[in-house]
Design a protein around this ligand. Structure first.
Ligand SMILES: Cc1cc2nc3c(=O)[nH]c(=O)nc-3n(C[C@H](O)[C@H](O)[C@H](O)COP(=O)(O)OP(=O)(O)OC[C@H]3O[C@@H](n4cnc5c(N)ncnc54)[C@H](O)[C@@H]3O)c2cc1C
Length: 511
């Protein structure tokens, strides 16, 4: 069967692209789980847009550039901030019920934003509202949606993407689809890490299939760790949004000491990497498992009204956050890198596009500004669809390739095999918040040997493991090469940024 658009992924990027593309041709959305299982539905804080009375796109741009630590592409970031308001209007048109306050849109504040500019829905249930609104609309429209259908590979012909090979994850049967424009919207790879806020589906599949199809992969060493994930014994990791600190929450240790002012004058509102590393240091020094996020000094009704999801979730697990501080520690959260694209979402493979968290357009650089990621998904998904219209039936002109590296060869298959928990533990310990040459070398060797031992993938778990290991290798290789600290990438043995490293690291399978 041939479609005008084949879209892999049903998070905000995939569904929003599908809702736009349906106006211009036949659309097939493939998603490896149920339609609503994705990182999008867990987003709490909201979506950034400079729409407040004292705000401007220039201020939003400045904050984005600053957070990205010298690696943000200014043209892409300018597009991001200037097209924000229009894309928010689209989301409203598609039914997303953003919160208002006295007739005006309600705007929250998050770390490293110089103005309140975070639109939210249902308080801290923004992602759930977005996902539900878009998926309900997509289900009612002409879009063909195939759930439990995993994209295994992008099919190419003479260097051009022409379709996808898929696996039914319930029967393990295979099928292929042809398409004019192939759009990857498969999300990030937070499942690389033992402690992660990400959905189970975040296994880097789109990055791996794009790499195998010959596309360039960029910035894989930049992984953002969120400082505050709820850590209660026996309870899955659950994000406590940065917006909670924006409302005045304080971070304290087990003795009630507020420690962040010792690390950065912005204290609780410092960028995520600084807060995450400060907590990492405090935990290493004290030997404790958690620090605490304290909102007990805020009016209880304000806490429960502004953060109903967090409040309810904690209460269900026996913690009344208006009365007791919340035990938290950092967790893997967001991949800044991914499939390299230009500002039209074009990858370096003709007719293959990428948008959302699996793409790297360089709007986040070395560190993402909070709530710019949902914004990125819609701004660049729209541009992908616009681009497909501009090129019509012609193959896309791909962006120029960059000097790229190839992964070193595999090690002989030796040592214990690598399963998902072992991979996640190794990535957390050796390629985590604070990195060092020796553990990185160790991880590189273990991954290369582990990859050689992997059996051929035949079901969803084995495909995900193959893809995670490939993403892990790309991340480790880049982290080893980058002998400096910048944004979310911190090397204990190279603690400062270095001017010669104000550049991107790109990988290509045939480099
Ligand atoms: C807990 C949490 C809170 C967050 N809060 C915020 C926030 O407040 N503001 C903000 O801006 N960002 C936030 N983020 C980040 C943001 O939610 C994500 O970056 C964004 O939702 C990614 O959207 P996406 O469509 O690219 O990917 P996702 O929403 O993850 O969707 C990926 C889709 O691809 C599918 N898929 C994956 N592999 C395959 C395959 N091989 N074949 C077929 N389908 C596949 C998945 O099943 C899924 O449907 C948060 C993230 C998390 C985890």
């Amino acid at each position: 069967m041939r479609y005008d658009y084949i879209i892999a992924g049903s998070g905000i990027a995939g569904l929003y692209a599908a809702l736009l593309a349906r106006e211009h041709g036949s659309v097939l959305v493939l998603t490896k789980g149920s339609i609503d299982e994705c990182n999008t539905r867990y987003a709490q804080g909201g979506i950034a847009a400079a729409v407040g009375p004292d705000d401007s796109t220039e201020l939003h741009l400045r904050d984005t550039l600053e957070a990205g630590a010298g690696l943000v592409d200014e043209e892409a970031a300018r597009i991001l901030v200037s097209e924000a308001a229009e894309r928010i209007r689209d989301l409203v048109r598609f039914g997303v019920p953003f919160d208002s306050d006295g007739g005006e849109v309600a705007l929250g504040r998050e770390g490293a934003h110089s103005r309140p500019r975070i639109l939210h829905a249902g308080g801290d249930a923004t992602g759930a509202h977005i996902e539900l609104s878009l998926s309900s609309l997509a289900r009612m429209s002409r879009v063909v949606i195939k759930e439990y259908c995993l994209v295994e590979e992008v099919l190419t012909d003479d260097g051009r993407a022409v379709g996808v090979a898929t696996l039914d994850t319930r029967t393990n049967s295979r099928e292929s689809f042809e398409g004019r424009s192939i759009i990857l919207a498969t999300g990030g790879c937070g499942q690389l890490y033992r402690v992660s806020t990400n959905s189970d589906v975040a296994t880097g599949d789109g990055i791996a299939v794009a790499y195998r199809a010959g596309a360039e992969i960029m910035d894989m060493e930049f992984f953002q760790f969120h400082p505050t994930a709820l850590r209660l014994p026996g309870v899955p990791v659950f994000l406590i949004s940065e917006a909670v600190r924006g409302e005045g929450a304080l971070l304290i240790d087990g003795d009630g000491r507020r420690f962040l002012p010792e690390y950065d004058e912005r204290a609780e509102l410092a960028p995520r990497d600084i807060v995450a590393r400060a907590i990492h240091t405090e935990l290493a020094q004290s030997g404790a498992n958690t620090v605490f996020l304290d909102v007990t000094h805020l009016p209880p009704e304000r806490v429960s009204a502004r953060f109903p999801q967090i409040y309810r979730h904690c209460l269900e697990h026996g913690l009344d956050i208006t009365q007791e501080p919340i035990p938290v520690s950092p967790a893997a959260h967001y991949l800044m890198g991914g499939v390299r694209t230009n500002v039209w979402g074009e990858t370096t493979v003709t007719s293959l596009y990428a948008c959302g968290e699996c793409a790297c357009i360089s709007v986040h650089g070395a560190n993402r500004l909070a709530s710019n990621s949902l914004l990125e998904t819609v701004v660049f998904a729209k541009r992908v669809v616009d681009r497909t219209l501009a090129v019509g039936d012609q193959p896309t002109a791909t962006p120029p390739t960059l000097d790229a590296l190839a992964l070193p060869g595999l090690r002989p298959a030796e040592g214990p095999s690598l399963d998902r928990p072992a991979l996640q533990a190794m990535m957390w310990d050796d390629v985590g918040i604070v990195r060092d040459g020796e553990p990185l070398e160790r991880a590189r060797a273990r991954l290369a040997a582990g990859q050689a031992l992997l059996p051929e993938a035949g079901d969803r778990p084995s495909h995900e493991l193959v893809n995670l290991v490939l993403c892990g290798r790309l991340a480790v290789e880049a982290a080893l090469q980058r002998e400096e600290s910048r944004g979310a990438h911190y090397r204990h043995d190279f603690p400062e940024p270095r001017e010669e490293w104000r550049r991107h690291l790109v990988f290509r399978s045939d480099a």
